[in-house]
Design a protein. Structure first.
Length: 251
């Protein structure tokens, strides 16, 4: 099989997944966008969290050109990315009981805010406890996860539950267990993960819905512009000045 054929197969698989979430998750995406718009309109704050590679989709909506300025990254030291050495430490920390509670208790998050939690498997202690504790604090929780993991794997949390069990709204990424879209007769393991691009697409679709919902209510959505277009920095400065009390990445 030629390399170009495999590349085409990967892109076809990715397109197929995006079509599935478009067709099967449209109602949940709309509901998630409405939840975010409700939060903004009620003077609440927005947070996104993900561990490991799931953090990439969370980071993609924070301080983002074309994105809502109010989305903040809820960071857990050691689990945000592969810059931690050794990289396996992040995976280990995801399984530590109690870490999520400590993070939330020392974060700016409070009742009335919204938190988006991204976890492909949704089975580790960190995302499960993050959702449980956030709801106990009065936050609304949106989960971006693969429901297939809850059907085909066991939870690593003492409760036996998954992220999806503790969310107000769940967006199913449709990713199969193992997160690999390709196989090759001469390659021992499957490869070609697609969870990052699908999770990012779900996040951006949700954010776009929230912006439109706010506009429909007569509220100008606090969107950021690219600093690489003329006037972008000045535009963003005005947004920061108006909404600074809800933007924590500038503190």
């Amino acid at each position: 099989m030629s390399d170009s054929k495999l590349a085409g197969q990967y892109l076809d698989a990715a397109i197929g997944l995006l079509k599935r979430v478009r067709d099967e998750e449209s109602r949940n995406i709309a509901a998630a966008g409405t939840l975010l718009a409700d939060t903004v309109a009620a003077d609440g704050r927005l947070f996104a969290f993900g561990a490991g590679h799931s953090s990439l989709a969370a980071q993609d909506v924070v301080y983002r050109a074309g994105g809502l300025a109010l989305m903040n990254l809820l960071s857990v030291p050691g689990v945000v990315g592969v810059d931690v050495m050794p990289a396996t430490l992040g995976s280990a920390l995801e399984r530590v009981d109690g870490l999520a509670g400590a993070v939330l208790d020392t974060s700016p998050a409070r009742a009335g805010d919204a938190l988006v939690i991204i976890s492909l498997s949704g089975r580790n202690s960190l995302p499960v406890e993050m959702a449980m504790n956030a709801r106990a604090l009065g936050l609304r929780v949106i989960g971006v996860t693969s429901v297939a993991y809850a059907q085909e794997t066991k939870s690593r949390h003492v409760s036996g539950t998954f992220l999806k069990d503790h969310c107000d709204i769940v967006l199913d990424s449709k990713i199969e267990v193992g997160d690999a879209e390709l196989t090759h007769e001469n390659v021992d393991a499957p490869f070609g993960p697609a969870s990052t691009l699908v999770a990012s697409a779900l996040m951006q679709a949700m954010m776009a819905t929230a912006a439109a919902e706010l506009a429909d209510r007569g509220i100008q959505p606090p969107l950021l512009r690219s600093g690489n277009v003329d006037g972008g920095h000045e535009w963003n400065g005005r947004v920061f000045a108006e909404y600074g009390d809800r933007i924590f990445y500038r503190h």
